[in-house]
Design a protein around this ligand. Structure first.
Ligand SMILES: [Zn+2]
Length: 232
């Protein structure tokens, strides 16, 4: 009598179940996404909107610098025309110093603001891309989704080339595992919805409640040192 043995029929049945489940368990679902493509403005509408925002910020910045420089030039002319002992001359010299400080501030602050805006948006977009990839991954039961690069190296300088070689994870993939188009489709759908839902769409124009100026970026850039931010 077999005390601990498994009846042969039961064992055969169990093996049959395992055999049937086997191939399914072993099939590993892999996907790849080209992140660089996700950041292209002709592929993802949001990138185009952010680009336009950045361009406006850069234009505003250049305009403000030009305005201050123009005022400084005018003041210098006026100062030169005034007699040395004139009280007005002293006043205008003081104004000129103030403008010099404004210019210096504007140069540093404007640039920092631009770079902050740029990296904030890039981070937001990257996080959204990852979120969408995770969603697709769970919905379609992927086991692993990897980042891929363009098939060819584009950059020419040696440092970038070695960096890109080192960063490359996937050396070959079949086109069928590339889910970049799906990711982009979802991202664009979400962005269109988000733009439609907001009275002031991200990237759209809003009026600063402090200085009343129209802005496009996340914070007011129209008045020096203004604390205005995009209404939520
Ligand atoms: Zn303002």
């Amino acid at each position: 009598m077999r005390k601990f043995g498994i009846p042969a029929a039961a064992l055969a049945a169990a093996l049959a179940v395992l055999a049937a489940a086997g191939p399914a368990q072993n099939s590993f679902k892999l996907g790849v996404v080209n992140l660089k493509t996700c950041f292209e403005k002709d592929k993802y509408e949001r990138i185009k909107d952010v680009d336009a925002d950045l361009q406006r910020m850069a234009d505003d910045y250049a305009k403000r610098l030009k305005e201050i420089e123009k005022k400084m030039l005018e003041l210098r002319d006026q100062i030169e025309a005034l007699p040395r002992e004139s009280g007005l001359r002293a006043q205008k010299l003081l104004d000129l110093r103030r403008l010099e400080t404004d210019l210096k501030f504007e140069k540093e602050y404007g640039r920092a603001k631009y770079l902050d805006y740029y990296s904030d948006r890039k981070m937001e977009i990257y996080n959204d891309i990852r979120r969408v990839i995770s969603m697709i991954g769970q919905e379609q039961k992927f086991d692993l989704i990897l980042r891929v690069e363009q098939p060819l190296l584009e950059e020419q300088d040696p440092e970038t080339v070695s960096q890109r070689i080192n960063n490359r994870v996937v050396l070959f993939h079949h086109d069928s595992v590339d889910i970049t188009p799906q990711v982009l489709k979802r991202l664009n759908e979400e962005w269109a919805k988000q733009k439609a839902a907001h009275p002031v769409p991200p990237g759209g124009e809003w009026e600063c409640k402090f200085c009343g100026q129209k802005n496009r970026g996340e914070t007011c850039t129209k008045t020096l040192g203004c604390k205005g931010t995009r209404p939520k």
